[in-house]
Ligand binder design. Structure first.
Ligand code: DMJ
Length: 571
């Protein structure tokens, strides 16, 4: 007989041991219950927006029905999938392990560190298109990557971040294959010494073994180089919790917030004092992806960082005001660059990403843009993307030149798009669209309102990238039809026995091919065309942010502990 039984056994207090037991249990498990309850309450805030990790593989397009013409979009998507296969298998067979394929001679070339840039840049496209055998083989290659280099060699920081690091992070996000995250973290760390400059802006190139850096041709830093690492490093910081991955690129953003630049940021910056050193304004080379990363940083962290959003709005509105012009005859809308406020009237293929960016902004910024501005940004997007298309459609190959000189008005100011826009508004908005947005006839002869200053087509993605975003944001099928025309021209004029080749002269019936197939053709051009033709919305724009090399990165929320640790202020 136990002590408790003997004391309480038959007395009125015989329930007391049970009561004591209950109190004791509550005392032990109570705090857990309370804690669990508050954890459950906090969960929604901690959830990344509607993402299952990893999401199931995307659907594949229908293979063509025997003999039928490719009349529907699934069949067109299938053709792009086959084009990717031709390019990748050429690389795999003739240039495996090298950076890029020489598509005329069937050899490899090492022009981006010699680590196999085409393979890294292609990982997510293979996943999206469901090329499983090639994907699996590539995983094994990536698993062994060491990112080593000779003592006197240098990796270009910008290209290495957007192609290798962006490729790894995207492949990890899509597939959940852990080795991609490990390699991304290795590479991210090896590149960090590039930020160790007095300003914190990255040096042009770095040796991944020694950490030694070297400047580029300017001796300073281009704005695109400063602001084209935040998307990749922010996501990497979120995945790993490694402080420096966020601190170093955020330090650059702090310099931008305090730079007191109103409107467009100049193209060159002093790597010592972190101040602008020229007055050139551009959306083309030297600046392009920096404009992109203002909006995309805001989107990436689920629209919670208004400071960077406001920089985007200011700069996009200033671009519309100062850099957009229409040509005198065909009223082609274009974006140019200025030096000391004087426009050059050059229009680069590289700038054809801008219409997609403006459309993405108009689509996502909500009340942060007035309704007039939202409509104007959207009209600018449509007009610019259409001009990009016209510059393809006018040529005998159907491919667009890399750079053009646009015809200007006698009085340059008369060509400013904003003037035409405001006049159109004052006149009661005649027709349904402002000047520079309507369709034009195909040019006969040389009456084009522009001439090519660089006549090559380099397999670049910017035009079809914008078509994809315009299709996603407007649902207007004409963007898909235009993309289909571009794809057919690519098939006709750039396909070789071994892969696809850039061409030297777009306005010639038999263009001269060049012995180069840039990795961005597989990472970007074919991916955007594929997504444009797929009927399913595989990567919704409110859940994924494409880095500047078209690598989709998932939207995420900072955890509370991250906000505290990294000192992040959110709205
Ligand atoms: C790509 O490597 C990237 O899109 C970059 O931002 C600039 N352009 C090339 C392709 O044209």
């Amino acid at each position: 007989m136990s002590f408790l039984q003997s004391s309480f056994g038959r007395s009125k207090l015989r329930w007391a041991p049970w009561l004591l037991g209950l109190i004791l249990s509550l005392w032990i498990i109570g705090p857990f219950l309370v804690n669990y309850r508050s954890r459950v309450d906090r969960l929604p805030e901690h959830q990344p927006p509607q993402r299952v990790h990893p999401p199931p593989p995307p659907p594949l397009p229908r293979p063509p029905t025997a003999g039928a013409p490719p009349s529907d979009w699934a069949e067109r998507a299938h053709q792009v999938r086959q084009a990717f296969l031709h390019a990748y298998e050429g690389y795999r067979k003739h240039a495996w392990g090298h950076d890029e394929l020489k598509p005329l001679t069937g050899e490899g070339v090492n022009n981006f560190n010699g680590w196999g840039v085409t393979l890294f840049d292609s990982l997510d496209t293979m996943w999206i298109m469901g090329h499983w055998d090639h994907y699996q083989e590539a995983v094994e290659f990536v698993a062994k990557a060491k990112f080593q280099m000779a003592e006197d060699a240098y990796a270009p920081f910008f290209e290495t971040v957007i192609r290798y690091l962006g490729g790894l992070l995207s492949a990890y996000a899509l597939s959940g294959t852990e080795v991609f995250l490990s390699r991304a973290s290795d590479l991210g760390k090896m590149l960090l010494p590039a930020f160790d400059t007095p300003s914190g802006f990255p040096m042009y190139a770095i040796n991944t073994m020694t950490g030694k850096t070297r400047p580029g041709w300017t001796g300073n830093v281009l704005w695109a180089e400063c602001l084209s690492n935040q998307v990749e490093y922010k996501y990497l910081a979120h995945l790993t919790g490694y402080n420096d991955f966020l601190r170093k690129p955020e330090n650059i953003m702090a310099k931008m917030y305090n730079a007191n630049v109103s409107g467009i940021f100049p193209t060159q910056w002093d790597i010592g004092n972190g101040r602008p050193i020229n007055t050139q304004h551009s959306v083309g080379a030297y600046a392009d992806s920096a404009h992109e990363y203002l909006l995309k940083q805001w989107l990436l962290t689920n629209r919670t960082e208004p400071k960077v959003r406001d920089l985007y709005i200011e700069s996009a509105s200033a671009i519309i005001k100062n850099l957009l012009y229409v040509t005198p005859n065909r009223k082609l809308l274009y974006v140019t660059d200025t030096s000391n406020g004087i426009p050059t009237h050059n229009f680069e293929h590289l700038s054809c990403f801008l219409p997609g960016l403006l459309a993405l902004g108009a689509h996502t910024l909500g009340d942060a843009l007035s309704s007039r501005d939202r409509e104007m940004h959207m009209f600018a997007a449509r007009g610019l993307a259409y001009t990009c298309f016209v510059t393809y459609d006018d040529q005998r190959t159907g491919l667009g030149p890399d750079e053009m000189r646009m015809k200007k008005w006698e009085n340059t100011e008369d060509g400013k798009w904003l003037q035409h826009y405001e006049r159109w508004e004052k006149e009661g908005r005649p027709g349904s669209v402002p000047p520079g947005v309507g369709e034009v006839e195909r040019a006969k002869g040389n009456d084009r309102d522009y001439s090519a200053t660089k006549a090559a087509y380099l397999l670049r993605p910017e035009t079809v990238e914008s078509f994809f975003i315009l299709w996603q944001t407007t649902g207007d099928e004409r963007w898909r039809e235009r993309g289909w025309k571009v794809f057919q021209a690519i098939q006709k004029h750039t396909r070789t026995e071994f892969g696809y080749a850039s061409v030297g002269t777009v306005d010639s019936p038999l263009p001269t091919p060049r012995n180069e197939m840039p990795s961005f053709f597989l990472a970007e051009t074919l991916k955007y065309l594929y997504l444009l033709f797929m009927d399913e919305d595989i990567l919704p724009l409110d859940q994924w942010v494409f880095n500047t090399e078209a690598h989709p990165i998932p939207v995420f929320n900072w955890f509370n502990w991250e906000k505290t640790l990294y000192n992040i202020t959110t709205a």
